[in-house]
Design a protein around this ligand. Structure first.
Ligand code: SAM
Length: 209
């Protein structure tokens, strides 16, 4: 029986950069396949007016200038689960009975992690961890969906930690995150992400010259 959960990313940055755009489009597409809804909450009104068309065209995508506390006030908040790298308990398939909404920090990964998810933890949502390794936001949503919609336990998910991505014949770059391992043995990443990583690597080399 399909279950229609809501995956909500609370946008915590003033801008929406190209990395986040690719991640959010991937989340919207994959959430639609599972019959769910993807809400990007707490968007500053000036940003709401200029969200990329690629994102707003996705049928599962909904943008909201309201924050998660306003969207789920009072008792509704008990049905919201914050995916929190510092939570005491790991997520498990039975959590689909406890929660209707899964909340993520709309933050780019950083190394070492700065714990910006703490801004959402401070609002008092019940938390679950996705294991000990930092994931990109789209990976965190993907793994949550595998556990909640597809009833995987965390140890059944195939992972790739800190993969080396080949930038060109001579260089590679290590990504400081955990990814889901695809059927081709490569990390599952949003469409266009590999090109963006290569472009950013070229830019940093140019900046050094
Ligand atoms: N460096 C970060 C921080 O400051 O908290 C982590 C950002 S991570 C790229 C974006 C979001 O993905 C987090 O806010 C959290 O909701 C989710 N996430 C990533 N890895 C996770 C993990 N191992 N357990 C639970 N949630 C995770």
């Amino acid at each position: 029986m399909p279950i229609h959960k809501t995956y909500i990313v609370e946008h915590l940055d003033p801008e929406l950069g190209p990395w986040s755009e690719l991640e959010y489009v991937a989340i919207a597409r994959e959430t639609a396949r599972a019959g769910g809804t993807f809400v990007l909450s707490s968007i500053p009104p000036e940003l709401a007016a200029k969200l990329p068309g690629k994102l707003t065209a996705e049928p599962a995508f909904r943008a909201d200038t309201k924050g998660v506390e306003e969207l789920y006030p009072g008792d509704l908040r008990k049905r919201v689960c914050l995916l929190d790298p510092r939570a005491e308990k790991d997520i498990n398939p039975d959590d689909r009975e406890l929660f209707d909404v899964f909340l993520f920090g709309g933050i780019l990964g950083d190394d070492p992690p700065r714990d910006r998810t703490g801004e959402l933890r401070a609002k008092g949502f019940e938390g679950r961890r996705l294991g000990p390794v930092q994931m990109t936001t789209d990976t965190a949503v993907r793994v949550t969906r595998m556990v909640i919609d597809e009833q995987f336990t965390l140890n059944m998910v195939p992972y790739l930690d800190h993969p080396d991505l080949k930038i060109n014949e001579h260089e590679s770059t290590e990504m400081p995150f955990r990814y889901v391992k695809g059927d081709d043995g490569e990390p599952v990443m949003p469409e266009g992400m590999m090109d963006l990583i290569k472009k950013d690597a070229d830019k940093s080399i140019d900046d050094l010259m």
